[in-house]
Design a protein around this ligand. Structure first.
Ligand SMILES: NC(=O)c1ccc[n+]([C@@H]2O[C@H](COP(=O)([O-])OP(=O)(O)OC[C@H]3O[C@@H](n4cnc5c(N)ncnc54)[C@H](O)[C@@H]3O)[C@@H](O)[C@H]2O)c1
Length: 259
């Protein structure tokens, strides 16, 4: 039975339990939306929901974005309880970009990156789209600057995030006039102090970590969350199919050696 009879928008944030997703949950609550914080780590999701309960309606749920029946069940639960879905933020992802060197990279490891980071975006979008359509809603996918630039031994992560950017513009065309679809590519965002309390770590950065960024600092989860809030609402109604880089200017730097 629909409890959200009012016009309050409903947002689903995957991987909302920690890191960037936690900041996105808080940002969307500030926008007056009902937020579903869905995470494979229910302890983290519960903690986020408890932390921000004073800001509005936030509900934690357990979700593995790579498991289709579970994804389907989660969307049905949201519709059953709130009656609508307006915003989907596909944020869940495996946090380390590094894999074994290519000769040793197992098919299993490669597949897990694609399953969570790329297939997860497909699955949650697939099951959310019928409801997002009804609300002329918005999908925001969290990709990465690693879709465009690489360090050594990051093939699986980079390929999965490149796929997210392609999936974004493809979906934007398929859902033209119905649902806007955009992606955000963060650079280095410090999330150590945004983990669940049991695993939180105080970040330590060297002066050169900061100085190498043209803006003079490392990114914060809120840097991404503010862009999500903008793209999620009607003020961004003329924007679809785009990828927004939030990297403190790292991607526009020339990197010739001095010598
Ligand atoms: N932090 C960065 O520097 C950075 C840079 C570029 C892109 N990103 C992307 O931003 C997103 C968030 O990353 P973060 O740094 O906040 O990481 P994080 O590890 O702090 O948070 C990721 C959350 O996703 C959850 N998750 C993992 N697998 C899941 C699954 N199968 N189903 C549902 N939830 C799952 C985790 O439990 C965790 O709570 C990821 O997609 C990541 O690739 C992060």
């Amino acid at each position: 039975m629909t409890q959200n009879a009012a016009s309050q928008k409903v947002a689903l944030v995957t991987g909302g339990g920690q890191g960037i997703g936690r900041a996105i949950c808080r940002g969307l609550l500030h926008q007056g939306m009902i937020v579903i914080c869905a995470d494979i780590d229910l302890e983290a999701a519960d903690e986020t929901a408890e932390l921000y309960a004073n800001l509005g309606t936030i509900k934690a749920c357990s979700l593995d974005v790579a498991d289709e029946p579970v994804v389907q069940g989660c969307i049905q639960e949201i519709i059953g309880e709130f009656g609508r879905l307006d915003v989907l933020v596909n944020n869940a992802g495996l946090s380390t970009p590094f894999n074994d060197p290519i000769e040793d990279l197992s098919l299993e490891d490669w597949q897990r990156y694609l399953d969570v980071n790329l297939t997860g975006v497909f699955l949650v979008s697939k099951h959310a789209v019928p409801y997002l359509r009804e609300q002329q809603g918005s999908i925001i996918n969290i990709a990465s600057t690693r879709a465009m630039q690489s360090e050594r031994d990051t093939e699986a992560y980079a390929a999965s995030k490149g796929g997210v950017i392609s999936l974004t513009h493809s979906l934007a065309i398929s859902l033209s006039g119905e649902v806007r679809v955009n992606s955000i590519s963060p650079g280095w965002i410090e999330v150590g102090d945004w983990q669940k309390s049991r695993t939180r770590i105080e970040p330590i950065h060297s002066p050169s970590d900061l100085a190498q960024h043209p803006v003079g600092r490392i990114g914060k989860p809120d840097d991404v969350a503010y862009m999500v809030c903008y793209l999620a609402t009607d003020v961004a109604g003329f924007i679809t199919g785009q990828n927004f880089v939030i990297d403190g200017g790292m991607g526009i730097k020339m990197s010739y050696n001095d010598s």
